[in-house]
Design a protein around this ligand. Structure first.
Ligand code: 5GP
Length: 117
C-alpha cells in the first residue's frame, strides 16, 4: 500500500481539499510553494509513464487544473510531475503537484522549488 493509498483510506491524516470517485487532492506535508497540493488518481500506478491510456492522463491534468482553480482559488499555477527517483519522485503513486500562491506572480524565480536544476 502506498502512503497515498493510506491517505485515501483515512489511515493517515491529511488536509483534503477535493475528492471524487476517481481522484483525491490534499495539501503537501512539506510545501514548496505558498500553495502546494497533490492531485492523486485513486487508481494506482507507480509513475506517469506506466499509464497507457491517454484519456486517463488527460483527465488527471484536467482534474488538477480544476482543483487549482476551484479548490485552491488559483488563477496562476504550476502543475508538475516527477517521474522516477532521479527526477525527485519519492512516492511511487502517480501524482500531480499543484504549486502556486506566489505574491509577485513571478513563477520564474521559483523554478527550482521542485528541487530540480
Ligand atoms: P514526489 O517527490 O514523489 O514527486 O512528491 C511526493 C510528495 O509527497 C512530496 O512533496 C512530499 O512532501 C509529499 N508527502 C510525502 N509524504 C506525505 C504525507 O504523509 N502526507 C502528505 N500530505 N504529503 C506527503
Amino acid at each position: 500500500m502506498t502512503i497515498f493509498e493510506k491517505i485515501i483510506a483515512r489511515e493517515i491524516p491529511s488536509t483534503i481539499v477535493f475528492e471524487n470517485s476517481d481522484y483525491i487532492a490534499f495539501k503537501d506535508i512539506n510545501p514548496k510553494a505558498p500553495v502546494h497540493v497533490l492531485c492523486v488518481p485513486k487508481k494506482v500506478s507507480a509513475r506517469l509513464d506506466e499509464i497507457t491510456d491517454a484519456l486517463e492522463i488527460g483527465q488527471l491534468f484536467q482534474t488538477a487544473s480544476r482543483v487549482a482553480r476551484e479548490a485552491c482559488r488559483l488563477t496562476d499555477y504550476r502543475l508538475a510531475i516527477n517521474v522516477g527517483a532521479g527526477a525527485g519522485q519519492i512516492v511511487f503513486h502517480t501524482h500531480v503537484h499543484i504549486l502556486g500562491g506566489w505574491k509577485n506572480q513571478d513563477a520564474d524565480t521559483h523554478h527550482n522549488e521542485m528541487g530540480q536544476q
